[in-house]
Design a protein around this ligand. Structure first.
Ligand SMILES: [Zn+2]
Length: 239
């Protein structure tokens, strides 16, 4: 079972009812409560029997990896629930992956169907990204342009889903505080002053010879003042 981190205060909870009662086959026990609900307008939550509207809003992300000649296009369609009310919220509804590369077609279709099913179940779906990001390719993964290490294609899909959930506000974006950002900037320019880059064709935006950061998986760790420091996320062995 995946560990689920609750990032927000719990403001409401609901006791799961038997199937018959949930689907409306049995009347609610307290008729007064039922009435209150009707007069205030029913709030719709994500659940698997929610019918797909004709039109959904979507975002398509391009994934180009060095392990395949063809790019992959990952589309996530969202549903807006309770539109125009104070309970309006946007949730992912389905995911599709398209590619000219058919090598892994059946697994990709299986993966997208399962992710879509989890989306439609409702509740917290952020745990999915952690599960996907933790998948390692036994052939060794690859480097993205910019120096970020991807342990597998599945992990890359996890990062894209995470980015999407952050963009629609379902996951907090990993924001660095201003002081930390400034520290990284100054450390970086200091390092660059000291070691002018000699290779004009170096593709990584981080210094040649930088080591892999265990925290953000970017090859951006350099020795600064006797301390291994990551120029991407600011992680430092000396705190
Ligand atoms: Zn880092």
């Amino acid at each position: 079972m995946a560990r689920i981190t609750i990032g927000k205060r719990i403001v409401k909870y609901r006791v799961q009812k038997p199937e018959a009662e949930r689907s409306g086959a049995a009347p609610a026990r307290d008729p007064r409560a039922r009435k209150d609900k009707d007069t205030t307008g029913k709030v719709v939550w994500m659940h698997e029997k929610l019918e797909r509207p004709e039109v959904l809003i979507g975002s398509t992300y391009k994934i180009k990896t060095p392990v395949s000649d063809h790019a992959m296009y990952l589309t996530i369609n969202d549903i807006v629930l309770n539109e125009g009310t104070e309970h309006e919220h946007r949730r992912p509804f389905e995911i599709f992956i398209n590619s000219k590369n058919l090598d892994h077609f059946q697994w990709i279709v299986a993966l997208t169907r399962i992710i879509s099913a989890v989306f439609r179940k409702g509740g917290d779906v952020a745990f999915l990204t952690e599960e996907l990001k933790a998948v390692f390719d036994p052939r060794g993964g690859y480097w993205q342009p910019g120096g970020k290490f991807m342990p597998s294609l599945v992990a890359e899909i996890g990062y894209v889903v995470e980015r999407h959930l952050q963009s629609i506000g379902l996951m907090p974006a990993a924001e660095m505080d201003a002081a930390r950002r400034q520290l990284i900037e100054s450390k970086r320019s200091e390092w660059e002053q000291r070691h002018r880059q000699q290779d004009a064709f170096a593709r990584s935006s981080y210094p040649e010879g930088a080591q892999l950061c265990g925290k953000c998986h970017t090859a951006a760790v350099v020795m600064m003042d006797g301390c291994m420091t990551c120029l991407a996320c600011g992680d430092s062995k000396c705190g």
